[in-house]
Design a protein around this ligand. Sequence first.
Ligand code: SAH
Length: 196
Amino acid sequence: SDAGSQKDRVVTEEEWLEKWEMGNIGFHKEEGHPLLQKYLDVLLNGKNGLRIFFPLCGKAVEMKWLADMGHSVVGVEISEQAVKDFFSEHGLPYCEEPVPEISGAKMFQSTSGNISLYCCSIYDLSSSIVGKFDGVWDRGALVAVNPCDRQRYASLMISLVEKNSSYLLVTVSYDPNKHKGPPFYVPESEIKSLFG
Ligand code: SAH
């Protein structure tokens, strides 16, 4: 099937903020994702102390999980409510500071230092601000990006990863003519052309 009926759909940042305000966050899961458990070895490659990136992170519980394993987690999320909820729901003390390179952005960091969540649009980030990552957990991220922004998103993600990194991507398979998304349907062929 083709993604034609979804390609012009746009969800604005305001609409995402509103979803958080209204508690309309069916995408959030309290249980760690089974596919992360299944492919954890692929992500970590037997290494310790990796830098793992969570694009469009929401309040994903897997961030706490990987941090507890000794990795350093960086996320980006436009909703400040989501970021604050993440820390408070896990009982993690944090501090917040402005991000000098991005006007209006804030960085929330656990006091222990191993979880840093940027509250801004992902499109404001670059490797000069956040560095490069050894691993990426992309669940509810590429599929949440507006179809018209996919190329920009993929190019940015490629610029944020180290040469020997692992990128775990979760997509959803369904008939795009029956649902408007998000999550959007991203065909396998498009993933290949976006990421190579
Ligand atoms: N990955 C998370 C959340 C998925 S929903 C999980 O697995 O639970 C997508 C999230 O992206 C929402 O929380 C939304 O607020 C956020 N978001 C949408 N557009 C964004 C953007 N341009 N930059 C950063 N975050 C964004």
